[in-house]
Structures are given as C-alpha cells and as structure tokens.
Design a protein around this ligand. Structure first.
Ligand SMILES: [Zn+2]
Ligand SMILES: [Zn+2]
Ligand SMILES: [Zn+2]
Length: 249
C-alpha cells in the first residue's frame, strides 16, 4: 500500500502567465499581480483599435470545488463562446443541452439549426411558470458585471453544474484573443479503490452498481476489462455519461 494520503487535499494549480504553482485560495490574488506586472509596460498604440475590455472569471464545479478555472474573456464575446469553451475543456460528451442562469434569465444553448419552434418553448414556460428562456447569443458586456455570480448547467439529465463569478474587469492595450485560461486545478489525486495507487479509470465494476475508481493493474488482475469504465480525467464530468476528456480542435 502507498503512504496514506491526507484526507483533505489542498487543491493546487499553476499560473499560465509565469508557471508558478499556488493553492486554490491564493492563486486569484497572484493572477491580479502577475497580470499587472506583465502588462504594465504595454502601451496602447493609438493607430490601432481601441483597447480591448476583458472580464476575469472564476469557474468551479458546484458540488466539487477541486475542479476550478480562472479565465480572461473578451467582453464582446458571447455566452455561446463561453459555453463552447466549457464544453471543449470540461464537459462535452454527446451534445447535450446547456444553459446559463443569470439573475432571473436562463440563456439556453440550441443545437445548430435550433429547435425551430421558439413559440412552443415560450408556451411551455408560461404553462409551467418557468423563467423566460432566451438564446445564448448575448454578449458578455450586456449580461455580466464585476461581482456577479451565475450558474451553468450542462446536460439536463445527468447534469454537471458549474458556478461562475466575475472577479474583475480590465482593458488590455494589445491583446486581442477571445479567451485565455489563466490557471486551472492540477489533476486531483484519486486512488484506486482496490489497491490505493493512483486510479486510471472510473465507472462500475465487479458486483457494485456504484461509480468507483480503479487502476490499470487492478482492472487486469481482477478481470474487469469488459466493465463499464471511462478514463479518469481532470474534469467535473469525469465518469458521467460518456465523457472521455478534452475535445481536440
Ligand atoms: Zn503568475
Ligand atoms: Zn452524454
Ligand atoms: Zn489498483
């Protein structure tokens, strides 16, 4: 058996600007400083476009705070752009529906081509007294402000729920990129429930219907090769539906 791990792990992650590692609680403050140090020398060139406005967002899994992200995203990006990023990085398994809830409004994702019947959904909302749902094509500048907290759901069956917070906003003189990951949690240590070594897989195996984790060696040794196992990945959706990890471009 490997040495016993402390019960409560401190979630850590690295700053993508300087590469240094911090705990979840400290990294937000560091990012503000690190970003300021990096951009303080940049000057806006009046011949080019106006400086670009950005929001700094903190995203975490609602029920599992060991999964978290710090992002910079342009204020003229849309909720759909943010949804697309979250799907690619953390969530996408098979094109489920998703929605942001900001205040009283739900912004829902639609499959390409839409549902083709907005009236139908509006009538449903009336019947069930649901909050009004609109499409996700709203710009962040029109929906977010510093200090705002909001929610996101991916898949309305086996739902993965995220909490988001607007930490601050700023302007950048030279950068134009839509979205940048400033920091992300390191993969949490997850032991194999058979032997205690780091797990490679998550799913149901043996006689239990519970979702459990297991390593390669134990899968082979115990003959669970044909069990319902998914790769264990660094995402709040690991082990859910058919999630196998980051979507490649
Ligand atoms: Zn840094
Ligand atoms: Zn799925
Ligand atoms: Zn094992």
């Amino acid at each position: 058996m490997p040495a016993a791990k402390p019960k409560r792990q401190i979630s850590r992650g690295s700053c993508t600007l300087c590469g240094k590692e911090f705990s979840r609680n400290k990294i937000g403050l560091h990012l503000e400083e690190c970003w300021t140090n990096l951009t303080i020398k940049e000057e806006h060139d009046p011949r080019t476009l106006a400086p670009t406005r950005f929001f700094r967002l903190f995203v975490e899994a609602r029920d599992d705070p060991k999964y978290w992200l710090h992002l910079d995203i342009r204020a003229d990006a849309t909720l759909e752009d943010l949804d697309d990023f979250l799907r690619r990085t953390w969530l996408e398994c098979c094109g489920h529906l998703s929605a942001f809830t900001i205040g009283e409004t739900r912004y829902r994702w639609e499959p390409p081509g839409g549902f083709g019947d907005d009236d139908f959904f509006d009538r449903l909302d009336d019947v069930f007294a649901m909050p009004r749902e609109i499409r996700m094509d709203a710009a962040l500048a029109d929906t977010l402000s510093t200090g705002l907290q909001f929610e996101y759901e991916y898949d309305f069956g086996s739902t993965t729920e995220l909490k988001l917070r607007v930490l601050s906003e700023h302007e950048e003189p030279t950068r134009r990129r839509n979205l940048r990951v400033l920091a992300r949690n390191d993969p949490p240590y997850t032991p194999c429930l058979e032997c205690g070594h780091p797990a490679d897989w998550i799913g149901t195996y043996g006689d239990s219907y519970e979702t459990r984790t297991i390593c390669d060696a134990c899968t082979e040794k115990k003959g669970f090769g044909d069990a319902q196992l998914l790769p264990l990945v660094n995402s709040p959706r690991t082990g859910v539906c058919g999630y196998t990890g980051v979507l490649e471009e």
